[in-house]
Design a protein around this ligand. Structure first.
Ligand code: HEM
Length: 409
C-alpha cells in the first residue's frame, strides 16, 4: 500500500487541469493508493477497476451518503433481486423496439429543434446551445414532464452532480444539493399524484403503473427514480456529445473519415468513451477485505475507481493516450452492453441501463450536426479546455461553419 506524499493529489488544481499525467503515475507507482483528502483507496489500473465493478463484494453502499441525501433511495444502492426487479421497470424503454419505435422520434425532434436555433447563424457554442440541453430535454419528454421547466431541471441536475463529486466536502455544494431534494420533491410529488389518475404512454406512467413484488412503487420511490434518470441521463450524455465533436475536430483525418462514412460515428463514440469518458470516478465499498497485487483494501472502506485512468492503461490498450477510432483493441459491437471492454459505463450489475439510449442520442445528434454544419471547425483562436474531476468534458466548444451549407429545415 502506498502513502508516499509526492504522489499526485486528485483534489489539487493541477490534477483538475490535466489528470492524465497523474493517472499514469498512479497506475505505475501506486495502483492501490490511500488518498487522505477523500479518505478513500484509489484504484487506477484497468484490471483492478474492472474487478471492483464486476465483483459483488464491492457494494454500492457508498451511494447511501453520496446520493441518497439528494435523490432519496435509488437502484444504484440496491442489490440482488430488489435491484433487478426495479431496474427491469425502465430497462425496456432504453433498448430494442421501445427505444426505436417509441422514443427515436422524440430524440430526433429534440436534436432538430435545438440545431434549428443556430444552423443559419454560422457560429455556435455547442456546449451551451446544444449538448447541455439535448439529453435532458429527451429524458423530460420520455417522462412526460414539461419542457418549459428545462432551466429548473438543468439547475437541479447540475447541483446533484456537484453533490456527487463534492470530494472536498464544500458546505455550499452540500447545501445546494439538499435544497434540490426539497425543491424537486415539491415539484414532482403533485405531478406524480395527478399522473396516477391520468395514466398515459410516458415513462412516468410506466413507473406509476409498476408493481414490485405485488406492491406499487411509492410516490417517493418514483420521485427518486426520476431524479436519478434526469441526472444520470443528462450530465453524462451532455459531456459525451461535446467530447466526441471535440475529439474529431482535434483529429481532422478521422473527422473526414466520419463525414464520409457516417456508420463510423458509433466507433468514434466508443473511442470517445474510452479516451475521454464523461464519468471519471465511481466509488464502491467492499463488504470484506480484498487483496490486490498493490495492497489489501479493508472491508467497509471507500474505494475510488478511476475510470479515466483505467481506460488509458497501457497494459490494456496500445498507445492509450492516442485517440484512434480505428484501434483494434476496442470492440464497438459490445461497447454499449455489459460486455463492453471500456469502463465508461462501469460493468457488472450496475452497468449503465441507459447506454443504448446514450448511443442513440449521440448517433442522432452527431448525424444532425454534420448535416447542418458539414464544414464545422473550431472558432478562430479557440482551443477547447476540459473541465471537471468527477464528471469531465469540454467547458465550451466554440464552432464556426458556413450557414449556407445547412440544408433547409
Ligand atoms: C454517455 C452517457 C452515459 C455515461 C457515460 C453513463 C455512465 C454510467 C455509469 C458509470 C454508471 C454506473 C454507476 C455505478 O455503477 O456506480 C451508470 C449507471 C446508470 N445510468 Fe448511465 N451513463 C450514461 C447515460 C445514461 C442515460 C442516457 C441514462 C438514462 C436516462 C442513464 C441512466 C443510468 C442509470 C439509471 C444507472 C444506474 C443503473 C443501476 O444501478 O443498475 N445513463 N451510468
Amino acid at each position: 500500500m502506498t502513502t508516499v506524499p509526492e504522489l499526485p493529489d486528485i483534489l489539487s488544481p493541477e490534477f483538475a487541469i490535466d489528470p492524465y499525467g497523474a493517472y499514469r503515475v498512479l497506475r505505475e507507482r501506486a495502483p492501490v493508493y490511500w488518498h487522505e483528502g477523500t479518505q478513500s483507496f484509489v484504484l487506477s489500473r484497468y484490471a483492478d477497476v474492472a474487478r471492483a465493478f464486476r465483483d459483488p463484494v464491492f457494494t454500492t453502499a457508498n451511494y447511501d451518503w453520496q446520493l441518497e441525501p439528494v435523490h432519496g433511495r435509488t437502484i444504484l444502492q440496491l442489490s440482488g433481486r430488489e435491484h433487478a426487479v426495479r431496474r427491469a421497470l425502465v430497462a425496456p424503454a432504453f433498448r430494442g423496439s421501445e427505444l426505436r419505435e417509441r422514443f427515436l422520434p422524440v430524440i430526433e425532434r429534440n436534436a432538430r429543434t435545438l440545431i434549428d436555433g443556430f444552423r443559419r447563424t454560422g457560429q455556435v457554442e455547442l456546449v451551451g446551445e446544444f449538448s447541455t440541453h439535448y439529453p435532458v430535454n429527451v429524458i423530460v419528454d420520455m417522462l412526460g414532464l414539461n419542457q418549459a421547466d428545462h432551466a429548473r431541471f438543468h439547475r437541479w441536475y447540475t447541483a446533484i452532480i456537484a453533490f456527487l463529486g463534492n470530494l472536498s466536502r464544500d458546505p455550499e455544494v452540500a447545501a445546494a444539493g439538499e435544497r434540490t431534494r426539497v425543491e424537486f420533491a415539491e415539484y414532482m410529488l403533485p405531478i406524480i399524484g395527478r399522473r396516477r389518475s391520468e395514466l398515459g404512454e410516458d415513462l412516468l406512467s410506466t413507473l406509476c403503473r409498476a408493481e414490485v413484488d405485488g406492491t406499487r412503487m411509492s410516490d417517493e420511490d418514483i420521485k427518486a427514480f426520476c431524479s436519478l434518470l434526469l441526472t444520470a441521463g443528462g450530465e453524462t450524455t451532455d459531456k459525451a456529445i461535446s467530447a466526441i465533436i471535440a475529439n474529431l475536430l482535434a483529429h481532422p483525418e478521422q473527422y473526414a473519415a466520419v463525414r464520409q462514412d457516417r456508420s463510423l460515428i458509433t466507433r468514434a463514440f466508443a473511442e470517445t468513451l474510452r479516451y475521454t469518458p464523461p464519468v471519471h470516478m465511481i466509488m464502491r465499498q467492499p463488504a470484506e477485505d480484498v487483496a490486490f497485487p498493490g495492497g489489501t483494501i479493508p472491508a467497509g472502506s471507500t474505494v475510488t475507481c478511476l475510470i479515466g485512468a483505467a481506460n488509458r492503461d497501457g497494459e490494456r490498450y496500445r498507445a492509450p493516450d492516442s485517440f484512434d477510432i480505428f484501434r483494434d483493441d476496442l470492440e464497438t459491437a459490445t461497447a454499449f452492453s455489459a460486455a463492453a471492454d471500456h469502463l465508461a459505463f462501469a460493468l457488472g450489475r450496475h452497468f449503465c441501463v441507459g447506454a443504448l439510449l446514450a448511443e442513440t442520442e449521440v448517433e442522432v445528434g452527431v448525424n444532425q450536426l454534420l448535416d447542418a454544419m458539414p464544414d464545422m471547425r473550431l472558432a478562430h483562436g479557440f482551443r477547447p479546455i476540459e473541465q471537471g474531476v468527477f464528471t469531465r468534458g469540454p467547458a465550451e466548444l466554440r464552432l464556426e461553419f458556413s450557414p449556407a451549407q445547412g440544408r433547409p429545415v
